[in-house]
Ligand binder design. Structure first.
Ligand SMILES: CC(C)(COP(=O)(O)OP(=O)(O)OC[C@H]1O[C@@H](n2cnc3c(N)ncnc32)[C@H](O)[C@@H]1OP(=O)(O)O)[C@@H](O)C(=O)NCCC(=O)NCCS
Length: 148
């Protein structure tokens, strides 16, 4: 297994991979999320031999249909390059997100998981809280959450 280095990066630094992997074919601005520059947001990059191969972000955000679960953070913009998939970069990024959310005092973490990524989040202890719903720019999703 390669040794991925995960470290904080800026919102701007997430954009190349976010755009290429999660918003392919759409204008680059579509890869910018509301809240990216918020004080409480954190962005992480996974590096292999100095090259950025994965990104993930957490935003302070209520689990919309479960306000009783506050305080909560949302994982967004999770993406790894096709060449490194299945080798642990996604795992390292989701662990960094959970650690940062815990450190910020959150009790829960959640995401809108693309349906092909539901298995990935399930492996990391997330459970679905909705059925499948459509996000116009990004296709079918399920909302998933886990305690921290
Ligand atoms: C989802 C994604 C981030 C996973 O990244 P990754 O680098 O492949 O993740 P890892 O290699 O750390 O995988 C960790 C574990 O999850 C498993 N896994 C990864 N993707 C999976 C999937 N889609 N379904 C089920 N299990 C999956 C791996 O097999 C691995 O299991 P193991 O530890 O038992 O071997 C990556 O596939 C991706 O960028 N996909 C396209 C964009 C996307 O859908 N992002 C999520 C948006 S919500």
């Amino acid at each position: 297994m390669p040794d991925f280095e995960v470290r904080p990066i800026t919102a701007e630094e997430t954009l190349s991979l976010r755009h290429a992997i999660l918003r392919a074919g759409l204008p680059r601005e579509m890869a910018i999320f509301p809240g990216d520059e918020a004080e409480s947001s954190r962005h992480f990059g996974a590096f292999l031999d100095g090259k950025l191969v994965g990104v993930a972000t957490i935003h302070f955000a209520s689990l919309l249909d479960r306000p009783d679960f506050d305080p909560a953070y949302q994982v967004r913009g999770m993406a790894t390059t096709p060449e490194v998939r299945g080798q642990g970069a996604g795992h390292a990024l989701v662990e960094a997100c959970m650690e940062a959310a815990r450190a910020a005092g959150a009790h829960w973490i959640w995401c809108n998981a693309r349906t092909p990524a539901v298995g990935f989040y399930t492996q990391h202890g997330f459970k679905p809280t909705t059925g499948v719903f459509d996000i116009p720019t990004a296709g079918p999703h399920m909302r998933m959450f886990r305690p921290l």
